[in-house]
Design a protein around this ligand. Structure first.
Ligand code: AOF
Ligand code: ZN
Length: 371
């Protein structure tokens, strides 16, 4: 097998684990023997364990003495229940390791490579580096910025409206776009909406693609005055996946107690001078509980708050071929922009058709600076 193809295959394995590795990055590992023939391959296990290298080393079809390993992330250097992946590789008989990118986790960063080199192995760093980082960008974000990667999803009309004047918003895009949106829930660790969306749409926010229900993200509601109805669908489905409410320290103690008793997690956030919740504080709390990727599903106010603080890293735009007009509800509420700037904040990096709708992914221009 050719070397570049081996790393691409490791990346593809890692890609399939996005959304099911818990707080851990999804890593791919391919092992070739001394004749460069494939002897094993694996990706990180469910919920992040076992690590990819552990599985691949265990499942080799023949001897790997003098072999080569291709890993999408630096093999770990820390011991946890078992020895580190770097030491396992050293003791396996493998002689060369190609690593796509360094692990930002301080327990490993650079140390994994040191263990390999001290063990007498040849190490090559940087093959498909940017692809590998892009794949686990949520993990990199949590470790480096101490907040998840934040994606804003908008399903709108051609003129960027998300609901008609009486608030009816449920079915703007078609069936395939909606299923695609559910897939986004499966590959994100958490989904967030504002209280207005809960009051208007009574959403469940779970992933309802058959077979992927267990990959439903945890659900976060921004509700500063704690006006969530106790009988809403989110609370009715607490047995499926947890609900967190971000609220102010001043909200009603009785209601907090009632919600706590039902099993809802209440997170009190500081308010700024304008009495708005400090959302960045909430994002840091999410990072602390291991959330790598957050999907924001609206509404307009939450989108505006996050955009105005430059806290949106990616946009997922689904647009359908209708106009709803100026009296309809915009995907982003008032931004209070005093002076128009044509400096670009987002760059489009992919687009595709979903039946009659269009799906576009945009990336914050500053995102690459962090990693
Ligand atoms: C690897 N291979 O497949 C993954 C790695 O909680 P633990 O002990 O599983 O450690 C988590 C850390 O391990 C995580 O922060 C990252 O540095 C690394 N992930 N490492 O060698 C893998 N998923
Ligand atoms: Zn490991």
């Amino acid at each position: 097998m050719q070397m570049l193809a081996a790393m691409r295959s490791a990346l593809s394995l890692a890609q399939h684990g996005i959304g099911i590795c818990g707080h851990n990055p999804s890593v791919g590992c391919v092992i070739l023997n001394s004749d460069m023939q494939l002897v094993s391959s694996a990706r990180t296990g469910y919920n992040g364990r076992p690590h990819a290298e552990q599985i691949a080393l265990k499942n080799c079809s023949s001897t790997i003495n003098g072999g080569t390993a291709f890993v999408t992330l630096e093999p770990c250097a820390h011991n946890y229940k078992t020895t580190s992946c770097a030491s396992l590789i050293v003791n396996s008989g493998i002689k060369k390791v190609y690593i796509a990118c360094l692990d930002p986790d301080k327990r490993t960063s650079g140390k994994g490579i040191s263990i390999l080199k001290k063990g007498g192995l040849e190490v090559f760093l940087g093959m498909y580096e940017s692809t590998a980082k892009d794949l686990n960008r949520g993990f990199f974000s949590r470790i480096i910025r101490e907040r998840p990667q934040v994606a804003l999803k908008v399903a709108s009309s051609l003129d960027g409206k998300i609901a008609n004047p009486n608030g009816n918003s449920k079915w703007i895009t078609g069936e395939l776009a909606r299923r695609h949106g559910h897939m986004q829930r499966a590959t994100h660790d958490a989904v967030l909406v504002g209280i207005n969306t809960v009051l208007k749409d009574n959403p469940t926010l779970t992933c309802r693609i058959e077979g992927l229900e267990k990959q439903s993200p945890i659900r976060i509601i921004v509700d500063s005055a704690l006006s969530i109805p106790l009988a809403c669908n989110l609370i009715k489905t607490l047995d499926k996946t947890p609900v967190y409410i971000w609220t102010s320290k001043k909200s009603d103690e009785n209601k907090k107690d009632q919600l706590n008793k039902l099993g809802v997690n209440i997170i009190e956030l500081t308010q700024d001078k304008a009495q708005k919740l400090v959302l960045l504080e909430g994002l840091h709390i999410l990072a602390n509980i291991g959330i790598n990727n957050l999907l924001v599903e609206g509404g307009g106010k939450v989108a505006a708050s996050l955009l105005s603080k430059d806290l949106i890293d990616k946009l997922f735009l689904y647009r359908s071929g209708v106009f709803l007009g100026g009296d309809s509800i915009s995907s982003v509420s008032k931004l209070d922009i005093q002076k128009i700037s044509l400096e670009k904040k987002f760059l489009r990096f992919s687009s595709r058709e979903l039946e009659d709708d269009i799906f576009e992914e945009w990336k914050n221009v500053d995102l690459d600076k962090f990693f």
